[in-house]
Design a protein around this ligand. Structure first.
Ligand SMILES: NC(=O)C1=CN([C@@H]2O[C@H](COP(=O)(O)OP(=O)(O)OC[C@H]3O[C@@H](n4cnc5c(N)ncnc54)[C@H](OP(=O)(O)O)[C@@H]3O)[C@@H](O)[C@H]2O)C=CC1
Ligand SMILES: Nc1nc(=O)c2c([nH]1)NC[C@@H]1CN(c3ccc(C(=O)N[C@@H](CCC(=O)O)C(=O)O)cc3)C=[N+]21
Ligand SMILES: [Mg+2]
Length: 295
């Protein structure tokens, strides 16, 4: 059998960012409005710093304003909440992202709930979570949204397909399941207590892996020809001692069985950032009561 088709998240996200940049230009030229994204980073987690740097670069490239707030790891919770209140009231800021995880002394849920739902470009606020699950217009979490865009690009209509989401986090697994239900897939959500996970995954036409365990999903767990979206980002040490990035799927095995698969890196990761910019553009248009661009 021929190897799986590679789903190129770098190329897809580059085209999406181009489209977004065009709409940003129009907002600026015709309405004198520039979308602004504020990113709050508490502490110095090296992985988070990489993401925040990439987000800043992409935001500026797209023609938006980027506001970075880097706070020391021991910043009191109340100071983070005060910062968010200021960003909620700032007319130049249309989107707010608080990088997770937060240091242990800060209650993440409290921080998420302090964000104005209209500016919640991560889609983590309970108002947006509820709206998504009720099938209403909502800010949709970036990683599931980007994953869905890739799936639709590869498969076209998804209705009737069997989808298995491995992972039930609020950030990826649960909102991914909501989006797939909306697309009329038959959705199974698996997690650490699932019995016979390989058998569950074998039923799937669509596998979304969001586990955080390097290369856990093996080639012989996959139905031949299925589509695999690997959300996992795991930094591991290779046999020769160098560090490398791998997903939650054993790519070398899976590529022999699947019909299409996202690589890591270059799959879902860049889509997450492009969708963050997309959500910021949409939030900006809504806040200014302008037509929402079709992205
Ligand atoms: N590409 C991107 O843009 C992004 C990538 N990620 C990556 O995606 C992965 C998942 O992230 P996130 O959802 O935040 O992770 P969490 O740790 O919050 O959730 C992991 C989920 O996987 C489940 N799980 C853990 N071990 C197993 C197992 N052995 N078998 C079956 N299920 C298991 C857990 O089950 P239980 O609930 O029972 O504990 C949990 O539901 C990580 O690698 C992360 O780095 C995350 C966000 C964005
Ligand atoms: N409030 C919040 N929102 C998030 O969306 C959020 C977060 N917190 N905390 C951390 C996770 C993780 N995440 C990634 C974003 C981009 C890449 C990405 O661009 N990855 C590149 C490679 C990056 C590299 O080389 O390290 C790729 O896969 O090709 C990865 C992971 C967003 N997250
Ligand atoms: Mg915490």
């Amino acid at each position: 059998m021929t190897d799986a088709r590679l789903i190129d998240g770098n190329a897809f996200s580059a085209r999406l960012r181009d489209t977004i940049a065009t709409h940003v230009q129009t907002l600026r030229d015709e309405h004198h409005v520039v979308p602004g994204l504020a990113v709050v980073l508490v502490g110095e987690d090296p992985a988070s710093q990489v993401y925040v740097r990439t987000k800043h670069k992409r935001t500026v490239e797209t023609g938006m304003k980027s506001f970075e707030h880097k706070l020391p790891a021991d910043t009191p919770e109340r100071e983070v909440l005060t910062l968010i209140e200021g960003l909620n009231d700032d007319p130049e800021v249309h989107g707010i992202l608080v990088q997770l995880p937060l240091p242990g002394h800060i209650d993440s849920q409290k921080v998420i709930e302090a964000i104005d739902p209209a500016k919640d470009v991560d889609g983590f606020h309970p108002v947006n979570v509820g709206r998504l699950s009720a099938g209403l217009d909502a800010m949709v979490p970036c990683t599931p949204l980007g994953s869905l865009m890739l799936l639709k690009d590869v498969l076209g209509k998804l209705d009737g397909l069997d989808a298995v989401v491995v992972g039930r986090s609020n950030i990826v697994g649960k909102p991914m399941a909501q989006l797939l239900i909306k697309e009329s897939c038959t959705v199974t959500v698996a997690h650490s207590r699932t019995r016979d996970l390989p058998d569950v995954v074998r039923r799937a036409d669509i596998v979304v892996a969001a586990v955080g365990r390097p290369e856990m999903i093996r080639g012989d767990w996959l139905k031949p020809g299925c589509t695999v979206i690997d959300v996992g980002i795991n930094r591991i040490e290779a046999a020769d001692g160098t560090k490398k990035l791998v997903g939650d799927v054993n790519f070398a095995e899976a590529v022999k069985v699947a019909g299409a698969i996202t690589p890591v890196p270059g799959g879902v990761g860049p889509m997450t950032i492009a969708c963050l910019l997309r959500n910021t553009l949409v939030a900006c248009a809504r806040q200014h009561r302008l037509p929402v661009p079709p992205v």
